[in-house]
Design a protein. Structure first.
Length: 318
C-alpha cells in the first residue's frame, strides 16, 4: 500500500478568532501531539500545503466572495497599522485576523494538493489537518467559522482538472454542511452523503434542498453511534455503491463526539474508525482507494485528537 498523506501548513495556526474561541490553533497542536505520542505520525507522509489558486477557488465560489474577503483582509491590515483592532467580524461566530486570508488559501490549497497527489498515485489517500474549516462556507458567503469550502472546491477540482466524472462527498460533522450543499446541490457529478444533528446550527433559511444528489440524514440530539451506524449502512451505502464514485472527499468533523460540547451527539472514537472503514470500503470498490479527508469541526481538544488518530489509523492501516 502507498502511504497516507498528511497535509498542513504553519499558516493554518496563525488564523485565530479571539481569545476563548473554540475554533482555535490549539486544535491542530492537539492533533499533532497525539500523532507524535502514539507514533501514528511516523506512518504518514507529511507534506506542506501550497496556497490555492484563485481560479481553483472559483470552481466553488463566486468571484465577488473572494474579492470581498480579500478586501476585508486588506482593510484590516491597513487599519491595524493605524492602531485599529486585531479582528474584523463577519458574523457573531466568525471573524478574520490579518492571517486568515493566507490560512484559508492554504486550507483549500491542502485539499487541492492532496487531490493531485492521490490522483497521481503518489499517495493511497490523504488527510488535511487544516483550519479554517470549510463546510459552512457557501458559494457567496463566509459563515460558521468557514471562509472557503475546502472540500467542495477540491471535489469540483477533481472533476474539472482531473477529468473525473463522479465524486462523492461524505460529511460526518455534527453540523449540517450547508455550504457544501449550496455549492453541490443539483450537480449530478457529485453525491453528497451526510448526517447531522437537527434541529441545530446552521438552522436553514427557508426550504431544505431536495436535490436528488443529496443524502441528508438529520438526527435528533443524543443519537448514539450505534444508531448512526445503522442509518449509514441503510441510507449511505446503497447510494454510494450505486453511484460508484471515482474519488471520495470527506468533511471530517469530530464534533459529534460525545465529549464535544458544541454538539449533542454520542459518537466515540470507535465510531469514527467504523465510519472511516466504511468510506474506505467504498473507495476500494469503486475509486482505487482514493480518499481526501479534510478537518472540519471538533472542539474538545482531547476527543478531537483521539478521533483524528482513530480516523488516520484506518486510513493508513496502522
Ligand atoms: Zn461542526
Amino acid at each position: 500500500m502507498k502511504p497516507t498523506g498528511y497535509f498542513t501548513h504553519k499558516a493554518c495556526w496563525r488564523h485565530e478568532m479571539g481569545r476563548g474561541h473554540p475554533e482555535c490553533p490549539e486544535r491542530l497542536d492537539a492533533i499533532e501531539d497525539r500523532l507524535l505520542i502514539t507514533g501514528v505520525g511516523d506512518a504518514l507522509e507529511r507534506r506542506e500545503a501550497t496556497p490555492a489558486a484563485l481560479a481553483d477557488l472559483e470552481l466553488g465560489h463566486d468571484r465577488m466572495h473572494l474579492a470581498a474577503l480579500r478586501g476585508l483582509s486588506d482593510n484590516l491590515r491597513d487599519d491595524r497599522q493605524a492602531g485599529g483592532p486585531d479582528h474584523a467580524a463577519i458574523d457573531p461566530d466568525t471573524c478574520i485576523n490579518e492571517h486568515t486570508w493566507d490560512a484559508a488559501l492554504m486550507a483549500a490549497g491542502a485539499a487541492i494538493d492532496a487531490t493531485d497527489a492521490v490522483m497521481a498515485g503518489e499517495l493511497e489517500n490523504a488527510f488535511c489537518a487544516v483550519r479554517p474549516p470549510g463546510h459552512h462556507a457557501t458559494r457567496s458567503k463566509a459563515m460558521g467559522f468557514c471562509f472557503f469550502n475546502n472540500v467542495a472546491v477540491a471535489a469540483k477540482y477533481a472533476l474539472a482538472r482531473h477529468g473525473l466524472k463522479r465524486v462523492a462527498i461524505v460529511d460526518f460533522d455534527v453540523h449540517h454542511g450547508n455550504g457544501t450543499e449550496d455549492i453541490v446541490a443539483g450537480d449530478e457529478r457529485i453525491l453528497m452523503c451526510s448526517f447531522y444533528q437537527h434541529p441545530f446550527y446552521p438552522y436553514p433559511e427557508g426550504e431544505w434542498s431536495h436535490a436528488p444528489n443529496l443524502v441528508n440524514l438529520p438526527v435528533p440530539a443524543y443519537t448514539r453511534g450505534m444508531d448512526i451506524r445503522e442509518l449509514v449502512e441503510m441510507m449511505w451505502m446503497p447510494r454510494l455503491d450505486a453511484f460508484k464514485p471515482q474519488m471520495l472527499f470527506v468533511s471530517a468533523g469530530f464534533d459529534a463526539h460525545r465529549e464535544d460540547d458544541l454538539g449533542q451527539l454520542g459518537l466515540v472514537e470507535q465510531d469514527y474508525a467504523w465510519l472511516t472503514q466504511r468510506i474506505k470500503d467504498v473507495a476500494r470498490r469503486h475509486a482505487k482507494g482514493r480518499i481526501v479527508s479534510c478537518l472540519e469541526g471538533g472542539y474538545h481538544l482531547s476527543a478531537l485528537a483521539r478521533s483524528v488518530e482513530a480516523h488516520l489509523r484506518v486510513l493508513a492501516e496502522v
